[in-house]
Design a protein around this ligand. Structure first.
Ligand code: ADP
Length: 482
């Protein structure tokens, strides 16, 4: 083999170091590269020994060498080679040997090693920078929440005593802007947490139908305002109690629903939920949020789930937003072991569908644990579909009185327990449930929201009593009329 190389001049041309040696480790050949890199003349090389070149393997502590043993060098091994001037450099060995000696080809990997170290350093630097950026974003966004909530609280307090319709409208716009700003701040906060790998999901038992109920109620005002038709269908076999992150499932649905409403001017928005699989204590739920809005072209659909991507810059000007919503939604769905898809046609509407897996609560009844509200909800939607009835579905009025009573009970419980956020959500859904009569309730419910936001127990209870009184008076009034 050595002869063939030398004859062909291959060994002389190669950039790697080539050495041939006998069974005692005496070097019998070194190519040009070996001479250059080890700093030997031809004569020195031919009188040299493998032990001096591979001191890591063969040198004793006192500086003398052990007998050469070829088995201490292995093919594919990374080691160091020593120059005449005692400096060393890292190499990777390619090796063949027999009882008479062998040949080796040593690849100088100093450059690669340095590159690896540099890449690692750059990566570490980038990670540290990213971490600092994320922490900064998280801190800033967190700090931004306080003034936004402050503005909101004061505007709400102002609206309590305002009679002038124009001023009220302006205050409503400020409140609307504050809500938008809060949504953007929350999105940025979630996004930076996800980027920093600090985002975790909760695992808590919750009532699936109640959650759906609240989510739908949140969007009803906007849907009614735009005079859109809302259809909701929920598979009755979905267990009532499931275990997962209620807040984050709500976030996914809220994002899809608010987009559906935002981008639809005529027609309908629909929500379908079905159970696609049940294995052991796990269920897979499949959600579809459809709209008959502006739609998204196929090319634009590709960019949809990427961060900071909005389909069209003019959309940002027209509708606002950061383009983070769907990217966060996708990450949330994936964290819940699901996938998300979009089907859409420009001008014809869109359908966003996603699946998630949840564990089920203990007392699950496979025959279906659907709450009364949803049974009515489904029945009503179905009968409307069958009859082709075009009437708008309003989540309020008489049918929901029982629901209202339950919410009030929960609200007072939440106040007692100091669950302020939950209480605030409940107060908002009560406002939605009673939207037809909102003028009578506006003042007490605003006072309630204010007190809840300030987390003031006494004021919250007092405001709660006023809301309850007003509601009772409204119901009695209604009864008298009948
Ligand atoms: P943002 O967080 O700014 O609301 P999203 O990530 O939720 O952004 O949505 C990004 C973009 O995708 C929107 O600006 C819009 O162009 C498009 N889009 C999302 N949902 C719909 C929909 N239902 N109909 C039409 N366009 C949509």
């Amino acid at each position: 083999m050595k002869k063939e190389w030398m004859n062909a001049g291959v060994a002389e041309q190669t950039v790697e170091l080539v050495l041939a040696f006998d069974r005692d480790g005496a070097i019998s050949y070194g190519n040009r590269s070996a001479l250059e890199k080890l700093g030997y003349t031809q004569e020195e090389m031919l009188s040299g020994s493998m032990c001096a070149v591979f001191r890591q393997e063969f040198q004793k502590e006192d500086g003398s060498y052990i007998n050469f043993d070829v088995s201490l060098l292995k093919d594919g091994q990374e080691t160091v080679m020593y120059r005449k001037n005692n400096a060393c450099f890292p190499v990777m060995l390619h090796f063949t040997a027999d009882e008479d000696g062998g040949y080796l080809l040593a690849e100088d990997i100093a450059y690669r090693k340095n590159m690896d170290i540099r890449i690692r350093q750059l990566k570490e630097e980038e990670e540290a920078n990213q971490k600092a950026r994320n922490e900064f974003t998280a801190n800033v966004t967190h700090e931004l929440r306080t003034p936004v909530n402050g503005i909101k609280g004061h505007v709400m307090a102002l609206s309590e005593n305002v009679q002038d319709e124009e001023v009220r409208k302006t205050l409503d716009i400020i409140l609307y802007c504050c809500d938008n700003m809060s949504a953007i701040i929350n999105n940025i906060l979630d996004f930076s947490k996800m980027e920093a790998g600090k985002f975790t999901l909760e695992e808590k038992e919750f009532d699936f139908y109640k959650m759906m109920d609240q989510i739908i109620a949140t969007h009803t005002v906007a849907i009614n305002k735009k005079e859109l038709q809302l259809r909701v269908h929920i598979d009755e076999t979905i267990p009532q109690l499931v275990i997962g992150d209620e807040l984050r499932i709500g976030q996914i649905l809220n994002n899809l629903l608010s987009n559906a409403v935002k981008f639809t001017t005529v027609g309908q928005v629909s929500v379908d939920v079905s159970k696609t699989m049940r294995a052991g204590d796990e269920v897979e739920l499949f959600f579809m949020v459809r709209d008959s809005g502006i739609g998204i072209s196929v090319e634009e659909q590709d960019k949809l789930f990427q961060s900071f991507k909005q389909v069209d810059a003019s959309i940002t000007r027209r509708f606002g937003g950061t383009g983070l919503g769907l990217s966060i939604t996708k990450q949330l769905v994936e964290m819940m072991h699901g996938t998300i898809h979009v089907e859409s046609e420009k001008g014809k509407g869109s359908c966003f569908s996603f699946s998630i897996r949840l564990r089920t609560g203990q007392n699950v009844d496979e025959s279906g644990d659907m709450s009364e509200t949803y049974r009515n909800w489904n029945n009503l939607t179905e009968s409307m579909e069958e009859s082709g009835h075009e009437e708008r579905l309003t989540f309020g009025t008489k049918e929901n009185r029982e629901e209202l009573r339950k919410r009030l009970e929960k609200l007072v419980l939440s106040i007692e327990l100091g669950s302020w956020e939950k209480a605030e959500t409940l107060a908002q859904t009560i406002k939605v449930l009673t939207q037809d009569r909102e003028s009578e309730l506006k003042r007490p419910i605003l006072q309630l929201e204010m007190a809840l936001r300030k987390e003031n127990y006494e004021k919250s209870i007092a405001a709660y009593e006023r809301v309850k009184e007003t509601l009772t008076a409204m119901v009695e009034g209604e009864e008298e009329v009948r």
